[in-house]
Ligand binder design. Structure first.
Ligand code: AMP
Ligand code: GLY
Length: 447
């Protein structure tokens, strides 16, 4: 960069800053190791602003796009050292844990010039504390389910409250509980047992010290994603994920068994409502509270009688939603990230592919309960309309083996959603490892 600036030193400062901005290229570090991070790496590696790409800890998929580094996402000191050793100019935080634990606040004073894609610890409470998120929504008049919060102190009031509510009723452990802290109880007995388990038996540890009890919303879910600098925003394509393990949305909740984008029931009128009633007031709320928020906002929405409500916020991209959203984005993602630091993000319509995207997650047999790892994987070759993203894989003596519940995310793109789904399923069937399983019915409501 110094060379470029020298070359242009005869030009005015204005010109230099334009040139510097346009040509800014840097070493980028992505934190995480799942399908989301493989997809981020795939997208970021294509950017003209990316000099060298590093992923910590990454997986065999990200290793084909950059350099994996054996650093855990919550080991802040090692991340600091990595940033120094590899002259990292931009850090993209994939999962929520480091954000909720305050990675932004830890690194920001140490590296004032570092572009950190991920909000401050305070702002990350939008995901890290259900009570914080509910209060934020209430304050900003953002539509969400009616709720009350309880702790050990007002436990008995909580019991009475539950007994007086109509069913089903939703209980949420306040803190992060690896996606397991939400109970939808269909009887008062079940609700009271869960309430007791969360607060008194500390089933989710400290995460359940506070419990949010909220009204059950009956509708159809979808997700929106914004990239924001805390004042301005750009929307990414909408998506829908499939959380249950079994066909027909049955069985236990998982991290996500598949996703589609765009969401067929999101029409122009509904989109307008989401933007006006949810996205804009959320960004305005971040600004009003002076939150240091530079990164992704994930809006988990539910459509009830044609009206959108917020079920939850996440402070990062979704997984496996990323695997369908980013392949449809035509813009250079890093160019957008570069606008966040100084809050000069242009609120703009991003450029999405007309094609629909579908991803099918191939998982280990037994997941989300007990499953075995270390199974040899055989991968089929795919054409240019499909992408195989690694989630839980590793290399063992040069052999690709399974290393998690969710193993591979198979994304396909096509003008018709149905064709994209069919293509991903054909490939999923060709992925071979012992006890591999995937849902045959991702996108079932729309085909
Ligand atoms: P959360 O962790 O808040 O996203 O909740 C997990 C899942 O529980 C959501 O994706 C919904 O399917 C469901 N859920 C959460 N809150 C509600 C609610 N108030 N009404 C209906 N379903 C809900
Ligand atoms: N797919 C939902 C999530 O990433 O939380």
């Amino acid at each position: 960069m110094r060379k470029i600036i020298k070359k242009f030193k005869t030009l005015s400062f204005y010109h230099i800053s334009i040139v510097a901005f346009t040509f800014a290229s840097m070493n980028i570090l992505i934190l995480g190791s799942g399908g989301r991070e493989h997809t981020l790496a795939w997208k970021i590696a294509q950017s003209k602003h990316c000099t060298k790409l590093y992923i910590a800890p990454g997986n065999p998929g990200t290793a084909t796009l950059g350099t994996n580094l054996p650093v855990a996402v919550t080991d802040f000191e090692s991340i600091q050292k990595t940033i120094e050793d590899y002259s990292i100019g931009m850090l993209v935080v994939g999962p929520e844990d480091p954000l909720v634990l305050g990675i932004h606040d830890f690194l920001n004073p140490l590296f004032p010039d570092l572009h950190i894609i991920g909000p401050s610890q305070y702002a990350a409470q939008l995901e890290g504390s259900k009570a914080f998120a509910k209060e934020f929504m209430q304050k900003n008049r953002i539509p969400t389910a009616a709720y009350k919060e309880f702790t050990l102190e007002n436990y008995d009031t909580g019991v009475t409250y539950i007994q007086n509510q109509t069913l089903p009723i939703v209980l949420k452990a306040d803190g992060l509980a690896a996606g397991k802290g939400v109970v939808i109880a269909s009887t008062h007995k079940e609700a009271l047992e869960s309430f007791d388990a969360m607060i008194k038996q500390q089933k989710f540890g400290n995460a359940g010290n506070k419990v949010v009890i909220e009204e059950f919303l009956d509708g159809i879910e979808c997700s929106y994603f914004a990239i924001t600098d805390g004042e301005n925003y750009c929307l990414l394509p909408s998506a829908k994920d499939y959380k249950r393990i079994g066909q027909g949305d049955t069985g236990l909740n998982t991290g996500g068994m598949g996703a589609i984008s765009p969401v067929p029931f999101v029409d122009a009128a509904f989109h307008e409502k989401v933007v006006e009633q949810i996205v804009k007031p959320t960004i305005q709320g971040l600004k009003n509270d002076n939150m240091d928020y530079k990164g992704f906002v994930f809006f988990g929405l539910i459509k009830v009688n044609n009206e959108p409500y917020v079920i939850e916020y996440n402070c990062r991209m979704g997984d496996p939603e990323t695997e369908v959203v980013l392949p449809r984005l035509k813009n250079d993602l890093v160019a957008i990230f570069l606008q966040l630091k100084n809050k000069n993000l242009t609120t703009q319509q991003l450029d999405f592919s007309e094609q629909a995207a579908a991803t099918v997650m191939v998982v280990s047999g037994g997941y989300p309960e007990q499953y075995e790892k270390g199974k040899n994987i055989e991968l089929p070759s795919v054409d240019e309309n499909s992408l195989v993203f690694h989630a839980g894989t590793m290399l063992q003596n040069n052999q690709l083996v399974s290393n998690g519940g969710r193993v591979l995310s198979i994304t396909s793109l096509s003008l018709k959603l149905d064709d994209a789904l069919q293509q991903s399923k054909i490939i999923a069937r060709q992925v071979k490892f012992e006890k591999a399983y995937f849902r045959e019915d991702i996108g079932w409501e729309f085909v």
